[in-house]
Design a protein around this ligand. Structure first.
Ligand code: MN
Length: 245
């Protein structure tokens, strides 16, 4: 098996290093990841400048672009083969509910999925990299034993609690929850007195009920959510056709 690994925290992030080490036990692994932290980059592609690809070691490349750039370049020009799997992460911090729309971690996996390749995004719930090797062991186990039954291509969003592998309660297959709207921007001034604005924290869970990723994580389980990328609001199709056709 050949696995392409990317992330949005940058190619030196401990989560990516742990994931690549773990998956190397069962696959030929190549890393193509951003040169710096691009968390929150969503699905952005860089169209206003060319991209540089640099080699940092055997089968490790970094790109001066976004997570989606990395996977896009890898699949359409850099690699001379088609990977069997694209894996993104392990992200520093959860990607649950509406986070998935902003996440560069999920975006890197989505880019693989858009090219028809099975793809998985892994995130660790709490920041700080505690128990990252346990999270990588969980990811390895999932890739090794759990994905062969899924119809391909698939796109999975996986969140892993920060705990010892043996303390994990298990796995719940979940739907995405929903968050309240984000907190307001934080206003300040730069040293020259110009106003500046920091984007505020994300909102708390609004739909964190049973069956959601939020609920599974709160109960001590890892969550696995199958994603799709069709944003069509199917229920409104007929209403709009009546009005405008
Ligand atoms: Mn990140």
């Amino acid at each position: 098996m050949r696995i392409l690994i990317s992330n949005d925290d940058g190619y030196l992030a401990p989560g990516l290093v742990a994931l690549a080490d773990a998956l190397s036990a069962i696959a030929d692994v190549v890393v193509v990841a951003p040169e710096r932290n691009r968390s929150g980059a969503s699905n952005a592609l860089t169209l206003d400048k060319p991209l540089s690809v640099s080699k940092a070691g055997h089968n490790i490349y970094f790109v001066d672009g976004t997570p989606s750039d990395c996977v896009h370049v890898a699949l359409t020009g850099l690699l001379d083969y088609r990977p069997d799997l694209v894996v993104s992460g392990i992200n520093q911090g959860q990607n649950m509910g509406d986070d998935t729309l902003y996440s560069g971690t999920v975006a890197a996996a989505t880019e693989g999925f858009l090219f028809g390749i099975p793809s998985i995004a892994f995130s660790q719930v709490d920041k700080g990299w505690d128990h990252i090797d346990d999270a990588a062991r969980f990811a390895l186990n999932l890739v090794k034993h759990k994905i062969s039954v899924i119809e391909t291509p698939f796109l999975l969003n996986v969140n892993i609690p920060n705990c010892h592998y043996g303390d994990l309660k298990g796995v719940k297959v979940t739907r995405l929850g929903k968050r309240h709207q984000s907190e307001p921007v934080i206003k300040s001034t730069d040293p020259r007195g110009h106003p500046i604005y920091w984007i505020g924290p994300c909102g708390q869970a609004r739909d964190g009920g049973e069956g959601t990723d939020f609920h599974a994580i709160a109960e001590g389980y890892a969550s696995v959510t199958p994603l799709q990328v069709d944003l069509t609001h199917t229920q409104q199709l007929e209403t709009l056709k009546k009005v405008w056709q």
